[in-house]
Ligand binder design. Sequence first.
Ligand SMILES: C[S@@+](CC[C@H](N)C(=O)[O-])C[C@H]1O[C@@H](n2cnc3c(N)ncnc32)[C@H](O)[C@@H]1O
Length: 277
Amino acid sequence: MGIATTGLSPVEQTAFLTVYARALDSRWPKPILGDTLADEVVGKIDYDFAGLGVQTSVVCQTALRAKMLDDRVRDFVRRHTDAVVVDLGAGLDSGYYRVAPPPTVDWYSVDLPGIAAVRDEVLPAAPQSHTVAASLTDRGWPDGIPADRPTMLIADGLFAFLTEPAIVGIFRRITEHFASGELAFNDYGRIGWVSRVAIKLYPQKMFKDVGSQFGYPGFKDAHYPETWNPRMRLIEEASLTYAPEVDLFPGWIRVMSKMARYSKTGRRKARILRYAF
Ligand SMILES: C[S@@+](CC[C@H](N)C(=O)[O-])C[C@H]1O[C@@H](n2cnc3c(N)ncnc32)[C@H](O)[C@@H]1O
C-alpha cells in the first residue's frame, strides 16, 4: 500500500505529472535526465500515474528542462561553495540528489503544505536538504532561509500556475530577502488563448489537470520581468531546442524540436530564463 494522496489540492497534484515524466525518462534505454530516484518516488505513492496519459513529448521536455536547470545550479555551486539553493514549487523533485552539492551548500525546497508533507515522506532525509511548507504568495515564505549567502533560486513548472501579480510579488520578495544571487526558471513564452483552450480539450487527464490550473499566459520578451523588479537583470535566455540532448528525443519529436529552432515562437515555447540580482 503506497502513500495516500487524498487531501492534496489540484495545483499540488500537478507535482505528480512532472515527477512521473522524469520517472518515465529514467526507464528509457538512453535517458535524458536519468533520475532513477524519481521512479522510486513514484513507486512509493498510491496514485494512478499511468492514468495521467503523459505524452512522450512531455517526458522529453520535462527531463530536459530539469537537466538544464541542474546544470545551472551545478555551475552556481561551483562558483559559490557556500551557496544556498532554493527550489520554488519543488513538488517531489529530487534535484538535490541529482546535483549532489558539497556539504557546504544548503538546499531549500519550498512548496504548499500538503505536497511538502508527501515530499518529506518519499525522499530520503539529508542534513543539507530542507523542506519549507509555505505558499509563495505569503510574504513570509523566505523568512527561515539564510539571506546573506549567494543564492541560486530555481522554479521548474511553477509560474504558469500563478497569476502575474503573484509572480511579481515573488520576484520582489526575492531581492528584499536575499542579498545576491540568480533566479532561473523554465518558460513557455506567450501562451495564446487558442492554445489554452486546446489544452483543456485534449482527452488526456494531464492536460485537463494542467489546463484547469493555468493562471498565467506568459510573455514573449525575456526582458519583461525586469520591469517587475529593476534589481533583476536578464543574463541568459536558452531555448531547449538547441540543447544537444534533443538528439536523444525519439523520432518525430526530435525532428519537430530541431525545426522549432527556426521560428522565434518555436524557440520561446521551451526556454530557460536566468536573471541575476
Ligand atoms: C508542475 S508542479 C512542478 C513541481 C516541481 N518543480 C517539479 O518539477 O516536479 C508545480 C508545483 O508548484 C507548486 N505551487 C503552486 N502554487 C504554489 C504556491 N502558491 N506556493 C508554493 N508552491 C506552489 C505546486 O504545489 C506544485 O508542486
